[in-house]
Ligand binder design. Structure first.
Ligand SMILES: [Zn+2]
Ligand SMILES: [Zn+2]
Length: 511
């Protein structure tokens, strides 16, 4: 069974009024595909629950009350904001209200193209509007129990006078630098004494103040906050990376807190292995990132959804030089779906859809070749050339879209073998004149074979047979085709290339 089916069954069996799937992203730089892992999988659970006839809602929380702990690559000017809540940092480019909006807005906008439209919350707003007040009160009042739960999972235990509230310093505005010292009802005394964060030293201003939790100017520590949010949103299910689920990971602490302090079941966990990018850890500080918007430039959203919906317990790599195999795998599932085989793959395919499933059945690599042959990307030419290459029964809109993205991909990440520039007729004739008489004869024969639509496999055989019939070694004929048409000794599959070209152009080149 697909993992979303079992998860959906487990969610529904809890009997909540509706299934609430919570996701969240800490906004500390450009949100990338690694950050989108939980929200894209959360949407898969939402669809699976909805398919079973039960109401479901996807929630996304911007973790924007977190402190700014390290400076992303290329944003060195923001170093002075280390230690501030990210929500209170200015937009580095000045085009949005603040740092968070600058990154969250385009992130959420691009996720719409993947069919992901969650109910959006700001962690900071949840605090400042008082929505978590009840939870904060409970947590502070029962802090002795909280401390003992947290200490079960800590190497260095918290002191008995520790307070689960980190105030924002009312004087300097930082959150990393403060420490709560005493509680009196809703009022938490604190001192702004400074701290060390990942990106460096955060100086305290020395202020001693009082934070009224009713104002929500601060935050609970992560594990306590997570449990409080589960309670507040009545969360049924939460997808997260496996670090949260490791021994001593935050899921286990937050699970104990929600069960023992709030008396609710912990959400059904959806635990996934990490994604890597080009074999390396995805990292905004190292600049090894691809954003959802970046993906939409090089492949269809459904291909990524399908990839993300694969078994979750395996580490997977997005190798940008190997997008075609990812698309091929999706295409196979598509073929299965339309042959109504009813397999797990076809369910995964169906769940990956943003709109109605539409058959394409034209390989990504072929589209990458076509994009280089028809650079102006005239829709009708694209359709006509695909037909001529033996592809029929496809959705034209999807084909045009795939040619567009495959073209972007091949220009940016395509391997040498697949990348080319078409020779002009003059350039081609110059190369043609250097060929042997037998090679010239073979090419002329081939151009005559190009008068009827056929598949690349069929035409591939024709190239072989033509070479053999003229006592020419096939590799020599392939080389002659490439040098004449694209000025290189190697290139994409010769048969596919020839079929995508304008017939008159080929005849003129081989004159
Ligand atoms: Zn902006
Ligand atoms: Zn301060």
């Amino acid at each position: 069974m697909h993992w979303s089916t079992t998860t959906a069954e487990e969610c529904v069996s809890r009997g909540d009024k509706k299934v609430v799937i919570e996701t969240g992203t800490s906004i500390s730089g450009i949100p990338h595909l690694g950050n989108a892992s939980d929200i894209i999988r959360g949407e898969c659970v939402r669809k699976a629950v909805e398919r079973s006839g039960y109401p479901a809602e996807l929630v996304w929380v911007a973790d924007d009350s977190d402190p700014f702990r390290s400076v992303p690559k290329g944003m060195e000017s923001l170093k002075e904001y280390l230690g501030y809540p990210v929500k209170d940092i200015p937009d580095p480019d000045g085009c949005h209200d603040n740092f968070v909006e600058h990154f969250a807005k385009p992130f959420l906008e691009s996720l719409k193209s993947f069919g992901v439209k969650p109910k959006v919350y700001s962690g900071t707003e949840i605090y400042r509007s008082g929505q978590l007040l009840e939870e904060i009160r409970i947590v502070i009042e029962r802090r002795a129990e909280i401390i003992s739960i947290l200490n079960e999972f800590r190497d260095t235990p918290l002191d008995a006078d520790w307070i689960p509230w980190t105030p924002i310093c009312e004087k300097c505005g930082k959150i990393s630098s403060t420490r709560a010292t005493a509680v009196d009802g809703d009022k938490v005394s604190y001192v702004c004494e400074g701290a060390e964060v990942k990106g460096g030293e955060v100086a305290g201003c020395g202020h001693q103040g009082v934070s009224d939790i009713k104002d929500g100017m601060g935050k609970m520590p992560w594990r306590v906050e997570w449990a409080s949010r589960w309670n507040h949103f009545k969360v049924t299910c939460e997808p997260f990376g496996k670090d949260h689920a490791s021994a001593g990971g935050s899921y286990w602490t937050s699970k104990k807190i929600i069960e023992n302090i709030f008396g609710r079941d912990a959400p059904v966990p959806v635990i996934y292995e990490f994604l890597t990018l080009n074999g390396e850890k995805i990292s905004s500080s190292k600049g090894n990132v691809i954003t959802p918007a970046g993906w939409l430039e090089i492949a269809e959203p459904e291909v990524l959804n399908y990839f993300m919906y694969k078994k979750l317990n395996k580490q997977r790599d997005i190798d940008l030089s190997r997008i075609p195999p990812m698309a091929d795998e999706y295409d196979q599932a598509e073929a299965q779906y339309f042959s109504s085989a009813g397999s797990d793959e076809s369910l995964q395919y169906l769940l990956s859809q943003v709109g109605e499933p539409k058959k394409l059945n034209v390989p990504y690599t072929f589209c990458a070749v076509l994009a280089q042959v028809v650079p102006e990307l005239d829709d009708s030419v694209i359709v006509e050339r695909a037909n001529f290459s033996g592809y029929c029964d496809f959705d034209a809109e999807r084909l045009v879209e795939r040619v567009r993205v495959a073209g972007n991909w091949v220009r940016q990440y395509g391997p040498e073998q697949l990348t080319f520039t078409l020779n002009t007729v003059d350039g081609a004739r110059k190369e043609f004149s250097k060929l042997t008489d037998v090679e010239k004869k073979c090419l002329r024969e081939l151009s005559k074979q190009l008068d009827k639509p056929q598949t690349a496999e069929e035409f591939h055989k024709t190239i072989y047979n033509t070479a053999r019939a003229n006592d020419l070694k096939p590799p020599q004929l392939f080389k002659a085709i490439y040098t004449t048409l694209i000025g290189k000794e190697k290139g994409p599959k010769a048969a596919a290339l020839l079929l995508t070209l304008d017939r008159n152009h080929v005849r003129e080149c081989f004159k």
